[in-house]
Design a protein around this ligand. Structure first.
Ligand code: SF4
Ligand code: SF4
Length: 256
C-alpha cells in the first residue's frame, strides 16, 4: 500500500548532509578508541544550549542521527505512520527517565576510578555505547517504520524541551526561537503537503493558532514543510508572529 507520507528532500545544507560521519567516528571508532566518546560531552552541552534558545532546532539541523535518518535512510525506509504511543508524552518521559538513570548510574561507577589510568577510557566508553545503541535502535526503526521514529521519543529531544521551558521561564527563549508560521492563511489550499513531508509526522496546516503559529514541542524546525508548501505561505517567525517579509524569511531559512 502506498504511504501517505512523501519522500521529499529534507536536507538543505552540506552540514545536514554529512553530519552522520560523526556517528562513524564516535559509535564505531569509539569501539577501538574509547576516548572518542568524550566528544559527546561538548556535544551534550551544545545541545542543551540550543534547546534553551531554540527548542529542537538541533534535532532538525545539526544532530548526526537526524542526518543519518533523513539523508541516508529516508530513500530506503518503509516511511510508514509512526505509532501514536511512541509520540506520547508518557513514553517520551519514560524514555528520558530511563536514559538518565542508566547514564547516571554508569557515570557514578566510573567516577570511582577518577585519577586512575583507565578513567578516561571508561568514561568515554559509556558515551560510545550510548551512541552505538541509539544508532542501532534508531536505524532499525528508521528502516521498518519511518526515518524519524527514534526522534519521536529520543531522550535528548525531551532534554531540549525541558531546557527550552527553562529558557521561556527566564523570558529569553521566546525572543530567540522561531516557529513555523502561516503568513497568509487565506491562500492555504488544504493540500496537506506540509503534513505529508514532515519528518515528525506533524500536521502544520491543522495546528496553526490564532496568531498563525504552530506550537508543537515535537517540531524540529527542519523547514521541510516550508520548502515544500506549493503556495509558499509558510515561514519561520519569532514567537508572536511579528511581521516580516515572506521572501526574506525564506531566504534566511535556506541560509541557516
Ligand atoms: S502545504 Fe501549504 S497550502 Fe498545503 S496545506 Fe500546508 S500550508 Fe496549506
Ligand atoms: S512542522 Fe515543519 S519544521 Fe516542524 S518538524 Fe514538521 S516539517 Fe519540520
Amino acid at each position: 500500500m502506498k504511504s501517505y507520507y512523501l519522500k521529499t528532500t529534507r536536507v538543505f545544507s552540506p552540514f545536514r548532509k554529512y553530519a552522520w560521519l560523526f556517528i562513524l567516528l564516535v559509535a564505531f571508532g569509539g569501539l577501538w578508541y574509547p576516548k572518542l566518546g568524550l566528544l559527546m560531552i561538548p556535544m551534550v552541552i551544545a545541545l542543551a544550549l540550543f534547546g534553551f534558545f531554540k527548542e529542537k532546532y538541533w534535532c532538525g539541523n545539526i544532530c548526526p542521527h537526524g542526518s543519518l535518518f533523513d539523508y541516508l535512510i529516508l530513500p530506503i525506509s518503509a516511511n510508514r505512520k509512526i505509532p501514536a504511543f511512541l509520540k506520547s508524552k508518557p513514553v517520551r518521559y519514560l524514555a528520558f527517565g530511563w536514559f538518565m538513570f542508566m547514564l547516571g548510574s554508569r557515570l557514578l561507577k566510573v567516577l570511582s576510578l577518577y585519577e586512575t589510568a583507565p578513567f578516561l577510557d571508561r568514561l568515554g566508553f559509556i558515551f560510545v555505547m550510548n551512541y552505538f545503541v541509539v544508532t542501532m535502535v534508531g536505524t532499525i526503526l528508521a528502516f521498518l517504520i519511518s526515518p524519524r521514529t527514534w526522534c519521536s521519543f529520543c531522550p535528548m529531544g525531551t532534554f531540549q524541551n525541558i531546557a527550552y521551558r527553562v529558557g521561556r521561564l527566564l523570558g529569553i527563549a521566546q525572543k530567540t526561537n522561531r516557529k513555523v508560521t502561516i503568513t497568509d492563511p487565506a491562500k492555504c489550499i488544504n493540500c496537506a503537503k506540509c503534513a505529508r513531508v514532515c519528518p515528525m509526522q506533524l500536521t502544520p496546516y491543522l495546528e496553526f493558532s490564532q496568531s498563525n503559529q504552530m506550537s508543537n514541542d515535537s517540531c524540529i524546525a527542519c523547514a521541510s514543510c516550508i520548502e515544500n508548501c506549493p503556495v509558499k505561505i509558510l515561514a519561520f517567525r519569532r514567537d508572536g508572529n511579528l511581521p516580516a517579509n515572506i521572501e526574506g524569511e525564506r531566504e534566511k531559512v535556506i541560509a541557516r
